[in-house]
Design a protein around this ligand. Structure first.
Ligand SMILES: Cc1cc2nc3c(=O)[nH]c(=O)nc-3n(C[C@H](O)[C@H](O)[C@H](O)COP(=O)(O)OP(=O)(O)OC[C@H]3O[C@@H](n4cnc5c(N)ncnc54)[C@H](O)[C@@H]3O)c2cc1C
Length: 475
């Protein structure tokens, strides 16, 4: 394909060819393109795409990709558009390939303990179907009502239960994906053990739409827990946070199912500024930890959970604790953590981060970062929270006295990722790289790793039509 190829310069020809492949609702073009397809969660509105293709099944996905590959037409896959790295936001002239019409759970195999699901199914719909059949689909995150299984796989989503069940990668036993040239690779494996050659599903997990379009997945299911114990603890220092984590893991024998840490700045912000969020414990403690035990028998689990908290109190690991007495109260504790969804509108101008740092050094990392940010911007506000049991810290920096137009997002980002590099952390714990983190990928990946990523991309997508410019540039 060259720039002089007439097809490349003829969007009308591409639209005509797409229209021949898809039904009426399957194609939007020109003014008929709905605005919702032009951005993902935090990204500004992208340029209008050439078209939005909404295929009904794998065969149509394959036909669209084969056509676009032949014509050198860039394509960006879209799931629920809740991604936080900007990767699904179309660039001008791209074809959006939305999976939203490919929804549904095809099978729950009670003997294998698996679910086969179409990629456009929302996470919540898949979770509900699993629950109705007596199983748990263990990945869970705040965007569950909108994000799709395909998007969860393409971003290797993490969320609130990673400490017990792992990330999306750990739930995917098999998948079906369509390569850039339209080849359908069906790898719908249901088996835990399968070492017959390369594990091709891993190529697509976390690839952010750059190596293929995921159309189906076989997901591992876990036994549905019958009861959950939830508590909020107040702690005096970060060392105690780590000691409580290890104490709870030991005492609960592998059933610790969430360990969400909130720094005092985050706790004060959500309990004073977000409507409907109440403070189960008084403000003013340096750290708060929200923890869950998921088990099968409340009568047995509750005393074990309470004994774990009592021994933590006696050992001085925690200063105070509130145990949820009902599902309703547990849900109100979780509102503390889910309140982050309000930040983009109420805490501005600001920039948020999702990084990983070795668990033992997260406290020191946060202090170093705070000192460097305040040295550069003395009026800055900061807040910290995260899935610390998985090495994952989220933080935000706000400059309350500054106009949004003057907000130095790039300077703050440079500083923050410099500290991540100093601590040998990762610039992306669970949100991916997309466009937002592309300039900083070298902070967390070696030149050899980047070269291998480029080699894979060139091999699987030689014409570079799939999500060009995301994650890294081909150079
Ligand atoms: C309130 C809120 C809370 C969140 N909490 C978490 C959290 O706790 N943990 C976490 O990890 N993330 C979290 N996220 C981020 C987001 O929900 C996840 O990244 C999610 O997995 C994205 O899924 P999606 O379907 O919305 O994908 P999209 O945003 O549509 O796309 C994301 C990326 O995947 C690609 N893609 C989408 N579908 C496919 C497909 N079928 N085949 C190939 N590529 C595809 C896109 O091209 C893009 O690169 C949160 C987001 C919000 C808004």
């Amino acid at each position: 394909m060259t720039d002089s190829d007439p097809a490349r310069k003829a969007p009308g020809a591409i639209l005509g060819a797409l229209a021949a492949l898809l039904d009426g609702p399957g194609l939007q073009a020109g003014d008929a393109i709905e605005t919702r397809f032009r951005k993902d969660w935090y990204a500004p509105l992208g340029a209008p795409p050439l078209a939005v293709a909404r295929p009904r099944g794998t065969a149509e996905v394959a036909a669209v990709l084969a056509l676009c590959n032949r014509l050198g037409q860039p394509v960006v896959p879209q799931g629920g558009l809740t991604g936080l790295a900007g990767a699904a936001t179309p660039q001008g002239g791209e074809v959006v390939l939305s999976l939203e019409r490919m929804r549904g759970v095809e099978e729950i195999d009670a003997q294998a303990g698996t679910m086969t699901v179409l990629a456009g199914t929302t996470l919540q719909a898949a979770q509900d179907a699993a629950r109705e059949a007596g199983w748990l689909l263990a990945v869970d995150l705040g965007a569950r009502g909108s994000c799709q299984i395909g998007g969860n796989i393409a971003t290797n989503a993490g969320g609130n239960r990673v400490i017990r069940y792992g990330m999306m990668r750990d739930q995917v036993l098999g998948l079906e994906a369509v390569l850039a040239d339209g080849t359908v690779v069906s790898s719908l494996n249901k088996m835990q053990k399968n070492n017959a050659g390369y594990d091709v599903r891993q190529l697509f997990i976390g690839s952010e739409g750059t190596l293929g379009v995921i159309t189906r997945a076989v997901l591992r299911l876990a036994p549905l827990p019958a009861a959950t114990q939830t508590a909020l603890c107040a702690l005096a220092g970060y060392e105690d946070v780590v000691r409580l984590l290890r104490h709870a893991q030991r005492a609960l024998s592998g059933r610790l199912s969430a360990f969400e840490v909130m720094w005092a700045d985050f706790y004060a912000l959500v309990t004073t500024r977000v409507a409907g969020v109440r403070a189960p414990l008084p403000a003013g403690h340096p750290f708060y930890v929200l923890l869950d035990l998921q088990g099968n028998d409340s009568a047995q689990d509750a005393p074990v959970f309470e004994a774990m908290l009592e021994s933590a109190l006696e050992a001085g690991l925690i200063q105070d604790a509130a145990v949820a007495a009902s599902h309703k109260e547990a849900a109100s504790f979780w509102l503390l953590r889910d309140a982050v969804a309000e930040f983009p509108t109420m805490w501005t101008p600001s920039v948020g981060f999702d990084v990983s740092v070795p668990i033992g050094r997260i406290g020191e990392f946060a202090e170093t970062l705070r000192a460097r940010v305040l040295a550069a911007w003395p009026g800055a506000e900061m807040m910290h929270f995260g899935h610390v049991g998985d090495s994952n810290l989220h933080f935000g920096v706000r400059l309350p006295d500054m106009d949004a137009a003057d907000f130095p997002e790039h300077d703050i980002t440079d500083l923050a990722y410099g500290v991540v590099r100093d601590f040998q952390g990762s610039i992306s714990a669970e949100h991916g790289v997309g466009f937002h983190k592309k300039p900083y990928l070298h902070c967390s990946r070696s030149p050899e790793e980047l070269a291998l990523m480029r080699l894979l991309k060139r091999s699987l997508d030689p014409n570079g039509i799939l999500s060009p410019g995301r994650v890294f540039d081909l150079g």
